[in-house]
Design a protein around this ligand. Structure first.
Ligand SMILES: Nc1ncnc2c1ncn2[C@@H]1O[C@H](COP(=O)(O)OP(=O)(O)O)[C@@H](O)[C@H]1O
Ligand SMILES: [Mg+2]
Length: 279
């Protein structure tokens, strides 16, 4: 699998801080896949996102994005390849209407009016917010605001979308809508996603999971492999996804569950099959 982003031995220390925020970080973000960056608060996730986007310069190590070394010369080109969605839906709304908000990034890139209108409409369509084009931010839910933020990012056609805890302030419905949207974008358009989260359920939707603890990379691998290690996750102050907690309780009762029952849908299917074979 081709790597879109590659970090090698990356370290960073904030000015005035007595210790490094991250150190020895090496991992790749495969092109066209969903990678989850997981870790409890203060572990260094946002720092890594800012390093990839060139907002911070590493103290040591190297970063490559889409084959380009992240340096001063390539900075502007690289930043155009990356779209960011942040945590707080209220801090990233810049327009007075939904349409203006999505157009903002395009205006900065001097896209002509006709092309801009077309891109705005298409992006809002993608996130299911086309009917809200003239709406004001105050009339939107948190989840709808995040979908508008994502539309603004998609309008710029980035190679990589980084979401830094973008669903953590949303209600379950808003969160579900963003998750469904991301899954669809990744599957249908092969969008590369780097989603930062401390929610292991959300991480379970990813292909690849990277776990950060106290500035160090401690685990990485396929989502099902990493997230089924309940004891290890607890050690890292992360709560295993519900499906693995349930699985563990059932296994403790002597019930054998196949390895590939590793998400909620598969668990439901498997339980129904067991139930139906009993009657
Ligand atoms: N602007 C800053 N100045 C100094 N220290 C910071 C700054 N931002 C974050 N840190 C510190 O760096 C470490 C990693 O923070 P961060 O990357 O924000 O973690 P996370 O996103 O995983 O919660 C923490 O110890 C945090 O206190
Ligand atoms: Mg953070």
């Amino acid at each position: 699998m081709k790597a879109l982003v590659s970090l090698k031995d990356v370290a960073f220390q904030y000015p005035g801080s007595p210790k490094r925020a991250v150190e020895g970080i090496s991992f790749t973000v495969p092109k066209g896949r969903w990678t989850a960056l997981v870790g409890h608060n203060g572990s260094g996730k946002s720092t890594i996102a800012r390093l990839i986007d060139g907002l911070l310069a590493p103290l040591a190590g190297s970063i490559t994005v889409d084959g380009l070394a992240l340096n001063n010369e390539n900075l502007a080109t690289i930043r155009r390849k990356i779209g960011f969605v942040f945590q707080n839906p209220d801090n990233q709304f810049v327009g007075t209407t939904v349409g203006e908000d999505v157009a903002f990034g395009l205006e900065n890139r001097n896209v002509c009016r006709a092309a801009m209108q077309e891109k705005v409409a298409r992006s809002l369509q993608t996130v299911g917010m086309a009917d809200f084009i003239d709406e004001q931010p105050a009339n939107l839910s948190g989840g709808q605001k995040q979908r508008v933020a994502l539309a603004g990012v998609l309008a710029l056609e980035p190679q990589l979308v980084i979401l830094d805890e973008a669903t953590s302030m949303l209600d379950p419905e808003g969160r579900q809508q963003i998750d469904d949207l991301l899954l669809r974008l990744q599957r249908e358009r092969q969008l590369t996603i780097l989603a930062i989260t401390h929610d292991t359920y959300e991480a379970s939707l990813a292909d690849h999971v990277v776990v950060i603890n106290d500035g160090h990379l401690v685990e990485q691998g396929p989502a099902a492999t990493i997230l089924s290690q309940s004891a290890r996750l607890q050690q890292l102050h992360l709560k295993p996804p519900f499906v693995f907690q349930l699985k563990q309780l059932l296994i403790a009762r002597g019930i054998q569950i196949p390895e590939d029952v590793n998400n909620e849908q598969r668990m439901v299917d498997w339980l129904c099959r067991q139930y139906n074979s009993q009657i």
